[in-house]
Design a protein around this ligand. Structure first.
Ligand code: SAM
Length: 257
């Protein structure tokens, strides 16, 4: 059943009005109308089944039929600290790590980040990022969108995370000893894992040193140098797999061909 976002659904009300882009999509693209059913999400993890009463210029009026229990929150949380990247690479990271189930992205700028975002541009950037996360939540069926925090500088991020009770790793392309397999073997159980991925120009030795002092382990993803967005997506997939977030709660029925 198609999913649509509706800001702040009042579960006590017996109907809801879908407006704007979502309404236009329902009416003009999907040609849905009276009697058709929709799955509505409010972005906070609440899902409802509603049936269309009327669809027109004012939007789509739908009667709320049932409230669906939101899927259980993921057993663990992946927090990705991602250096700001050029072009649409950062947006690519948002979309792909959202599909893979990451919980939060903390954008940061560091010594070698090329991208600088001024106050004015930041607002529209954050809106764009939130939109990508919402679209991806709809497409992938996540219970709620990936959360984007405001960009911080590297030092602030590291010191803030030094206090938080989580497993901390930093992907460093020049790490010669500890690789991701070895790192994960050392970890018993992790409820929250925070991973830092650098910009196109990588990290300075000083940055690696200060991250280590803050309790981060520098970890390698092997001999080849990955683009930052490749590293972010590959690492998220590995962590999500390792934490059991890419599994089926119910075993897949084996299809006999
Ligand atoms: N300094 C690198 C170079 O010499 O070309 C460029 C950095 S790489 C393009 C961007 C980021 O991806 C790095 O800061 C690191 O976080 C991550 N990364 C890429 N390849 C990696 C690898 N093999 N092991 C660990 N991290 C890697």
């Amino acid at each position: 059943m198609r999913r649509f976002f509706v800001e702040a659904i009042d579960p006590e009300a017996d109907h809801v009005i879908v407006k704007g882009k979502e309404a236009r999509h329902i009416i003009s693209v999907l040609r849905m109308g009276r009697g058709d059913r929709l799955r509505l999400m409010d972005g906070e993890g609440h899902h409802y089944i509603a049936v269309i009463l009327e669809a027109g210029h004012g939007g789509v009026k739908a009667r709320i039929e049932t409230k669906i229990a939101p899927p259980p929150p993921p057993p663990t949380k992946t927090i990705l600290c991602q250096a700001l990247l050029k072009g649409d690479h950062f947006e690519y990271v948002i979309q792909k790590t959202s599909e893979l189930g990451a919980s939060i992205i903390i954008p940061f700028f560091s010594e070698r980040t090329v991208v600088r975002i001024n106050e004015k541009a930041l607002e529209s950037k954050m809106r764009r990022w939130a939109e990508i996360a919402k679209e991806s939540a709809k497409q992938s069926g996540r219970e709620s969108p990936l959360r984007l925090e405001s960009p911080v500088d590297f030092k602030t991020m590291i010191s803030r995370l030094a206090q938080s009770p989580c497993v901390r790793l930093m992907l460093w392309e020049d790490e010669g000893r500890c690789d991701i397999r070895g790192f994960l073997k050392e970890i018993e159980s992790m409820r929250v894992i925070t991973a830092v991925v650098g910009p196109e120009g990588g990290f300075s030795e000083k940055e690696v040193q200060s991250a280590r002092e803050a309790g981060f382990s520098s970890v390698s993803l092997g001999e080849r140098i990955l683009r930052a967005d490749t590293a972010a997506v590959a690492l998220t997939a590995i962590l999500q797999y390792e934490m059991g977030c890419l599994s089926r709660s119910m075993p897949l029925t084996v299809r006999h061909h």
